[in-house]
Every structure is written in structure tokens, then in C-alpha cells.
Design a protein around this ligand. Structure first.
Ligand code: RTP
Ligand code: MG
Length: 148
């Protein structure tokens, strides 16, 4: 079953949006397999956003991600990588559709609340970067037979 990495960024935590955000993935029918509330080191933030290293916003992005605690998560389900990106919405919250996390809850790109892996390869790399194998729990939710 497919897995993706999601992270509630420091603004989402500071604004008290954790339960609102987690609830959207839970009620959709995806399965939580990893969850950590944590501070982010500069080293981890720089590795996570390595693809953006040469972009002008990189330093500010690393400052932001390390500015307060985040909620790191791994979710599992059919098509969860693409579906989570839809649930999250467009990178710029003003362009994100209502009904999405960024469309409902955010205003500006530098404070867009949540990260989601964008493809199977990045999902695999990000899960390995943020979680050890022993921090991930494989389990069968009782409701699964009603979802699939
Ligand atoms: P994310 O990686 O955080 O899930 O966001 P994304 O795929 O929708 O967008 P991406 O292009 O990967 O950009 C990563 C994050 O960098 C910040 N950003 N700031 N100031 C700017 O112009 C700018 N552009 C991007 C955002 O926090 C974005 O989510
Ligand atoms: Mg991205």
C-alpha cells in the first residue's frame, strides 16, 4: 500500500490547526502509520528542502521550518501521495481551491501550513529522512473492509 510523508509546518502548529489538519486525512480514510511532534534541526530542514537549495527563498524557508515545532507524519492508502496533494491544495494559498487545507486556512506562500511529498520517489526519500523503520507502525484498521 502506498505511503506519503506529510508535515504540519510551524505556522500550522502555532495557529492551533493540528486537529483540523489531521482530521481531514483521517476522515478521508487514510491510515496513520507514523506521527512525531518535534523540533527540526537546520541540517534536517536543509536536507528536506535540498531540491530548493539554489532558490532565493531557501534561507528563509529553512529559518521558517526550524522556527518552531512541527508535526511529522506518514499516511498510508491507495493513491495517498496524489490525493494528499489535492487535499493540501496549491502551493500559493490564494490560488488553492476552497475545501483544501491551504485554500481554507492560509493566505501566503511563505506560511502555507503543510508539506506533502509530490511523487513516489520523494515520498520514499522523505519517509526515510524523517522516520526510522521502528517508528513506523504497520496495522490493519478495522474499518478497512468498509473503505476498500
Ligand atoms: P511543500 O514542498 O512545502 O509541500 O510545498 P509545494 O510542493 O507545494 O511547493 P514547493 O515548490 O516544493 O516549495 C516548497 C516550499 O517553499 C516555500 N516557497 N516559498 N517565497 C516563495 O516564493 C516561495 N516559494 C516556495 C513554500 O513554503 C513552499 O511550500
Ligand atoms: Mg514541494
Amino acid at each position: 500500500m502506498e505511503r506519503t510523508f506529510l508535515m504540519i509546518k510551524p505556522d500550522g502548529v502555532q495557529r492551533g490547526l493540528i486537529s483540523n489538519i489531521i482530521g481531514r486525512f483521517e476522515t478521508k480514510g487514510f491510515t496513520l502509520v507514523g506521527l512525531k511532534f518535534m523540533a527540526v534541526s537546520r541540517e534536517l530542514a536543509e536536507k528536506h528542502y535540498d531540491v530548493h537549495r539554489e532558490r532565493p527563498f531557501f534561507a528563509g524557508l529553512v529559518d521558517f521550518i526550524t522556527s518552531g515545532p512541527v508535526v511529522a507524519m506518514v499516511w498510508e492508502g491507495e493513491g495517498v501521495i496524489a490525493s494528499a496533494r489535492k487535499i493540501i491544495g496549491a502551493t500559493k494559498p490564494l490560488e488553492a481551491e476552497p475545501g483544501t487545507i491551504r485554500g481554507d486556512l492560509g493566505v501566503t506562500v511563505g506560511r502555507n501550513i503543510i508539506h506533502g511529498s509530490d511523487a513516489p520517489e520523494t515520498a520514499q526519500a522523505e519517509i526515510a529522512l524523517w522516520f526510522t523503520d521502528s517508528e513506523l507502525v504497520s496495522w490493519e484498521p478495522a474499518a478497512k473492509g468498509w473503505l476498500y
